[in-house]
Design a protein around this ligand. Sequence first.
Ligand code: PGA
Length: 226
Amino acid sequence: MKPYFLIGNWKSNIQLSEAMQWFQIFHDTFFKHSMINEILLVLCVPFTLLAPAREFLAKYNTPIQLGAQDISPFGKGAYTGEINADMIKEFASYVLVGHSERRRYFHETKEELEFEILQAKTSDLTVIYCVSSEKDDIPQSIDVVAYEPVGAIGTGKPEDPEVAGRVCRKLKEKTGKPVLYGGSVSLDSIDGLLKKDAIDGFLIGKASLDPEQFFKLYKHIAAYSA
Ligand code: PGA
């Protein structure tokens, strides 16, 4: 069976004390079930949580890797408010680039995203590049594609698995990279999506905020890929 990705995206939710609780609950549940499999677990947390999250995960040996949700298109320098690739690399190995919320609310352009990717790759970060259609341009140097149809993000209405599977297949053929699906994935919708060969994993927003729900999603994938 192929290795799956399960990637949580906390967006601009969750403060420090909630995060510590989340990790404790997830850790306890995970080790109670002690499952060995090939699922790659990544959590994209707000910048403020990267350091404490890394400390927790290292101390308790929890098999979650960390990611950032955004990255500066610039390197080190006079760019007030920016978090650059080297700063992220101190704590995390993944980064989301081009999430539709960054494109929509922060007007990130194609050129900016290209600079972000360049910065990320210079610091050896794994880039998860988000697109909303198979027609989107995808730079060659990204590592993983996340297909997130805009109408499915945060609406509770995931895309029909047939359509999602078809688009993910096209993206896979176009890029040769692993392709994730994201957009209202929940315990109710994951089974249909898991049956689609072209889907290599999931990018999960809302359902990643609850550690028990996130663990159940993990269990579903583990059972499917066993
Ligand atoms: P959602 O978010 O699971 O809450 O729809 C997915 C995403 O935006 O990455």
